[in-house]
Design a protein around this ligand. Structure first.
Ligand SMILES: O=C(O)CCC(=O)C(=O)O
Length: 316
């Protein structure tokens, strides 16, 4: 009897993603030609938890005309920034049986620009990606070039962003599949970003495992070693690379359906809270994103339930 009930729960969980997709997940990420007003943004996108790419939302930012690698050098080259350094471009990702975080180096922005422009070499792959409002804390020189928030989004959400992050890195820098509890307005100022997305409803097909955390350390000789973070608790993370999924190990993932989109210069992606995302970029891509904390409402609770049932039923 208990086995029959468990099988029934698993069957429901496997059928849930397709049912949810049919009701509310688009086949491709839709485009808007101009920014929506607060009411439309909330009604058509935030409330139904649907992504979209918004054009002509940034054209009034001086950054769109100004930002280039030479401009960043002239304006903020001496600013010290926190840089994620990894041997293979993957910061915060599963490697073997560890969840590995990047080596963090404090470097003048000009050193990063030297590497991006091919004037200098640095071991590993560099990514300016510190998600602690690094634009405000590390690069205030760039603030006059953009708005400190997205007014129609702040009005719709009834709050200001929790973080405004600046992203600049090499083409090899990749962000592994994960989700956040933020409504994310992701603005590409120069270059392009490639997003692979899964709606939260795909959770039953997305594997999580618990990993011992470790951090890369960069030795004086320029090689990397992994050092366990013994004081830290195990970290739940997605072991699967959606670009080359190991379907022998994670067969359910073949039933998940990714959406792919490229966010071009001047475009803004609205990435709703709890959507899984994996991100790649063109070399030297410059981006800024605004993280607005999500509402911890019934939608959030339902997702937590889906997450707990997926785990408890041993689906992955
Ligand atoms: O741009 C990236 O590499 C990652 C962006 C991301 O994960 C986020 O904005 O939450």
């Amino acid at each position: 009897m208990a086995d029959a009930a468990l099988d029934a729960v698993r069957r429901e969980l496997r059928e849930f993603p397709a049912a949810a997709r049919e009701l509310s997940v688009p086949l491709a990420v839709p485009y808007l030609d101009k920014p929506p007003g607060p009411l439309h943004f909330y009604r058509d996108w935030v409330c139904p938890n649907r992504p979209c790419i918004i054009r002509n939302a940034l054209q009034h930012w001086p950054a769109l005309q100004k930002w280039s690698l030479p401009y960043l050098r002239a304006t903020a080259g001496s600013a010290e920034v926190s840089v994620a350094v990894t041997p293979d471009g993957y910061a915060d990702a599963v490697r073997g049986d560890r969840f590995v975080m990047p080596a963090e180096r404090r470097l003048p922005l000009s050193c990063v620009l030297d590497v991006l422009e091919g004037r200098a070499q640095h071991p590993g792959v560099l990514y300016v990606q510190k998600q602690c409002s690094n634009l405000l804390t590390e690069l205030p020189q760039l603030l006059p070039d953009l708005e400190p928030h997205v007014p129609w989004a702040s009005e719709a959400l009834g709050k200001m962003p929790d973080a405004v992050n600046f992203w600049l890195g090499e083409a090899a820098a990749v962000t592994s599949l994960h989700k956040d509890h933020y409504e994310n307005l992701y603005c590409v100022v120069s270059g392009e970003k490639h997003f692979l997305l899964h709606p939260p409803s795909d959770r039953p097909f997305i594997p999580y495992e618990l990993y011992t955390p470790a951090t890369y350390q960069l030795t004086k000789e320029g090689s990397f070693k992994m050092v366990d973070e013994e004081a830290m608790e195990k970290v739940p993370w997605i072991p699967l690379d959606p670009l080359a999924p190991d379907l022998a190990q994670y067969p359910s993932y073949s039933q998940a359906q990714a959406l792919h989109c490229t966010v071009q210069t001047g475009e803004m992606l609205y990435l709703p809270a709890l959507w899984f995302h994996h991100v790649q970029q063109s070399h030297g891509c410059m981006a800024v994103n605004f993280w607005y904390d999500m509402e911890y409402d019934l939608k959030y609770s339902y997702f937590q339930l889906l997450d707990s049932l997926t785990k408890a039923s041993g689906l992955n």
